[in-house]
Design a protein around this ligand. Structure first.
Ligand code: NAD
Length: 281
């Protein structure tokens, strides 16, 4: 058996098309204000790409840069200014922040209704309560990809490998809200393969290359690979792989997300959707 690929690129393109229509229909400006601190090269490239992605669907992208030497007070001050600016409806913060600045403390300052990454504890709390809120983008993306397969979530057994605050835990909570039976695992979980082999839905979000092998997957399971890991390929060149041994799992699962081209593009689409939701609310 060969699994069906869950095409994150195509699904995210469809989400973006709907956003273009919503922006057009609302006939109101939609803007995303992003904060970039310091000169991290990867973050700068990410911000450049984000600017292009936003422009393509009609979102006005404003990048606020702070220098390498910026400390907690400088960054917090800028966030508070954006919070109180009525023109600003959507805020996100690029990581990493300079050494010694606790990014979670800064994220907790972003006004919840403008926090389009869903990283403020108030938004995470609302995910638990099932209230309308801005949900962390990767968690939202993972669940959208699962739902796109048509699998019945209610009563399904879902195993989440990885339990970080903004990826593994919110995915678990979103699936609990859909009345799946959820097992959350982490690096201390014993006999993890026994658990993963029982999963109708398996989400890998550990950050460990090829952690999930074919024999850890139940035949016919839906497998979502959140991992993004840089490794050296057989040809000696760097390449990106997920947490799933893709070729093996393809032979066992019913559906699987590729890396790249799965959760990654859908996460970007969810950030854009949260931005449009925040702007038009
Ligand atoms: P994290 O390091 O904060 O958390 C990792 C979690 O995995 C922890 O709960 C840890 O206990 C668990 N874990 C580690 N090794 C394990 C093992 N051998 N068995 C079981 N559990 C194990 O990482 P994160 O921020 O949640 O990110 C996880 C992965 O997802 C990374 O590869 C990251 O790059 C990727 N990621 C992808 C996207 C995307 O858009 N596709 C977004 C965010 C993160």
């Amino acid at each position: 058996m060969s699994a069906t690929l869950i095409d994150g690129k195509a699904l995210s393109a469809a989400v973006r098309e709907r956003l273009v229509e919503r922006i057009r229909a609302a006939n109101r400006p939609v803007r995303l204000d992003a904060l970039l601190v310091g000169s991290d090269r990867a973050a700068a490239i990410y911000a450049e790409n984000q600017a292009k992605t936003c422009a393509a669907i009609g979102i006005d992208y404003r990048l606020h840069r702070l220098p390498d030497g910026a400390g907690y007070d400088d960054i917090a001050g800028r966030v508070l200014l954006l919070n109180t600016d009525d023109e600003v409806r959507a805020i996100m913060m690029h990581l990493p922040l300079p050494h010694g600045v606790d990014h979670e403390r800064i994220q907790a300052l972003i006004a919840p209704e403008k926090d389009v990454e869903g990283v403020n504890p108030a938004n995470i709390g609302n995910v638990v309560y099932g209230r309308r809120s801005l949900v962390p983008c990767t968690a939202l993306a993972s669940v959208e990809l699962i739902e796109s397969t048509g699998v019945e979530l209610r009563g399904a057994r879902a195993v989440i490998v990885g339990a970080s605050n903004i990826v593994g835990k919110p995915i678990a909570v979103l699936l609990m809200r859909a009345e799946a039976t959820v097992i959350s695992t982490n690096k201390f979980t014993r006999a993890i393969a026994e658990l993963t082999r029982s999963a109708d839905i398996l989400v890998a979000a550990a950050g460990v290359p090829r952690l999930i092998t074919g024999e850890m997957v139940k035949p016919g399971a839906v497998v979502v690979d959140v991992g993004i890991n840089r490794v050296t390929g057989a040809d000696g060149k760097p390449m990106t792989v997920g947490d799933v041994a893709f070729e093996e799992v393809l032979e066992v699962a019913s559906h699987v997300t590729p890396v790249p081209g799965g959760v990654g593009p859908m996460t970007v689409a969810m950030l854009l959707r949260n931005t449009v939701d925040a702007a038009l609310r």
